[in-house]
Design a protein around this ligand. Structure first.
Ligand SMILES: [Zn+2]
Length: 281
């Protein structure tokens, strides 16, 4: 296969990715579902760092628009429950995955991508980057990229059923150039490195504090109160948390009943989304 053909194929699949997301929102079989209202392309050139908890700027969201993000998965105990809740409401989200979890559960990674969700990156081992030696920090970030890329694209099966090795698995820039630091702890050197590679760093605008043990009902109350105050934003949740998986259906209903709209984020560069929906098996 020539590089030119690969690029054409990637561009076609990229277009299909966005179309699929939009189509899913428009063609939701459940009439009163929350749905996904629009797709927002995020360009690292203009949005290198977003999320008001860490940075002065965030995504260009309208009043009552939210972006749903889930960190620290995939985890077979709870991620399928989260996916089912999202599917029931025809909602697309972004999953910032830990590389070693992606390596352990590659089928779950591919399932998330095949459903149309965006797959972002969250290091290999979830360390606190701030307390690491610079080389070790970069190594953990890169190993995380490579693990998720391998889970997604280790082998690409063409429409002719021919299995081919995917080039660039260990590329410094993953196909979806979205990254979030564990604990939002970052260093100037790694921030510069990610920016130079064209990778958007995601903070968050609000969160459910779901790392604290609490009942799903308490978490729902906390999160909805925070959302009422913020009115919009990038919301941080954790799909490996049972309390979050249990709360999610009620939270999505809350969004629908209160006029919130879900925005699905994808990379701006067409080629970046190219392989996100391939090889769902
Ligand atoms: Zn995390």
């Amino acid at each position: 296969m020539t590089p030119g053909f690969t690029r054409t194929l990637c561009a076609a699949v990229a277009a299909a990715t966005v179309w699929t997301a939009a189509a899913k929102a428009a063609e939701c079989p459940r009439k009163d579902a929350l749905g996904t209202s629009r797709v927002l392309r995020v360009d690292a050139a203009t949005s290198p760092r977003v999320g008001l908890k860490s940075f002065p700027q965030t995504l260009p969201l309208q009043d009552r628009e939210v972006v749903l993000t889930f960190d620290d998965g995939p985890w077979p105990g709870t991620t399928p429950q989260v996916l089912a809740a999202l599917a029931r409401e025809c909602v697309l989200a972004t999953f910032f995955m830990i590389g070693r979890s992606a390596s352990a559960y590659p089928e779950l990674v591919r399932r998330i991508a095949a459903l149309g969700h965006t797959v972002g990156h969250h290091t290999w081992s979830h360390p606190n980057i701030k307390y690491m030696k610079p080389d070790a920090a970069v190594a953990d970030i890169d190993k995380g990229f490579a693990a998720v890329e391998k889970a997604l694209h280790g082998t690409v099966t063409t429409t002719q059923g021919i299995g081919i090795a995917t080039p660039g698995i260990a590329s410094a820039t993953p196909t979806t150039p979205f990254f979030r630091y564990p604990y939002f702890e970052m260093t100037p050197a790694t921030l510069d490195l990610l920016q130079n590679r064209g990778i958007t760093v995601f903070g968050a605008d609000l969160w459910a504090s779901d790392w604290e043990p609490m009942k799903p009902a308490q978490q729902l109350k906390l999160l909805t109160e925070r959302l009422q105050a913020a009115r919009k934003g990038i919301i941080l949740l954790h799909d490996p948390k049972a309390q979050t998986a249990a709360m999610l259906p009620a939270f999505l209903r809350y969004l629908r009943d209160n006029g919130y709209r879900v925005v699905h984020i994808v990379p701006a560069a067409a080629a970046s989304t190219a392989r996100a929906v391939q090889n769902p098996k």
